[in-house]
Design a protein around this ligand. Structure first.
Ligand code: PMP
Length: 278
């Protein structure tokens, strides 16, 4: 399969960047993961808007306009055999002599690749997944979709080591998010999510879930959610590009609600599938 790197389409095995790329040296860059259904980007404008915000937040000049980005992504998507894909796109500040502050002149490195879109199986959806809780020890700019992901890497590894699908993080006793997903809690028919501030990444599914709740008359409320509320929830679910919405049925070994995926999850999953097909 072909990837895009700095103006060229090239086989992945031949794509090379210089070792002084600031993505490699400092983790100085941002990225996006965009689901492709039937060769079309899902929520493309939202992903692009978030990319532009991330670039802006760390002062990387945006190397392309919206139409330019869409054309590049379409090129990579068109060169891939599968109709459903997961596009990974990364922009780093570029290549420069190693020094922390921004180089005076530098050209951003742009990399786009695509892979098969692997979604949770029906068996996984029917059972729900297990999560493990942990303290959120990441930095205070989680709203930037930065490639500096060490905190998220350690949180994901913590989940693996505890035989869980995802870690659910808390900062000062309040729910933040997963290692690579947003976390939602249902109590008495209301879907609760934490505020989209600097403590979480605003998933593209954050806005989508809000829309789907409105369309399906599911009450949606944003507020800080305590650890005890997560354990007392009727339902807990995750959202991300590759999980879509996914029910959590065990946390730290304890069942969530009655231990089975709940009705709000089912409604949202159905609505999500309809939105994909629309
Ligand atoms: N939070 C974090 C830390 C993530 O890495 C992701 C996945 N990109 C999300 C939330 C969910 O975002 P999205 O819905 O855009 O996949």
């Amino acid at each position: 399969s072909l990837v895009y790197l700095n103006g060229e389409m090239t086989p992945l095995s031949e794509a090379r960047i210089p070792v002084l790329d600031r993505g490699f040296i400092f983790g100085d860059g941002v990225y996006e993961v965009i689901p492709i259904y039937q060769r079309k980007m899902f929520r493309a404008e939202h992903h692009m808007a978030r990319l532009f915000r991330s670039l802006d937040k760390i002062g990387i000049p945006n190397p392309h306009d919206l139409a330019g980005w869409m054309a590049l992504i379409d090129k990579v998507v068109a060169a891939y055999p599968d109709d459903d894909q997961m596009v990974y796109l990364q922009v780093t500040r570029g290549v420069a002599k190693r020094a922390h502050a921004f180089p005076a002149t530098v050209v951003p490195t742009v990399f786009i690749m695509t892979n098969p879109l692997v979604l949770p199986s029906n068996a996984v959806r029917a059972a729900g997944v297990s999560c493990v809780t942990m303290e959120d020890k990441r930095w205070l700019h989680c709203e930037i979709k930065s490639v500096s992901l060490l905190g998220n890497v350690l949180a994901a590894q913590y989940a693996v080591e505890h035989e869980a699908t995802e870690s659910i993080q808390f900062r000062d006793g309040m729910l933040t998010e997963g290692s690579s997903s947003n976390v939602w809690v249902v109590k008495n028919g209301v879907l609760y999510g934490p505020p989209k501030d600097n403590l979480i990444l605003e998933g593209i599914r954050y806005g989508l879930i809000r829309e789907l709740c409105a369309a399906n008359r599911i009450p949606f409320e944003v507020r800080r959610i305590g650890r005890d509320e997560v354990f007392a929830a009727d339902e807990v679910m995750l959202s991300s590009a590759t999980k879509e919405v996914l029910p959590v049925t065990r946390i730290d070994g304890q069942p969530v609600g009655n231990g089975a995926p709940g009705p709000i999850y089912s409604k949202l999953y159905e609505a999500y599938q309809a939105a994909k097909a629309a």
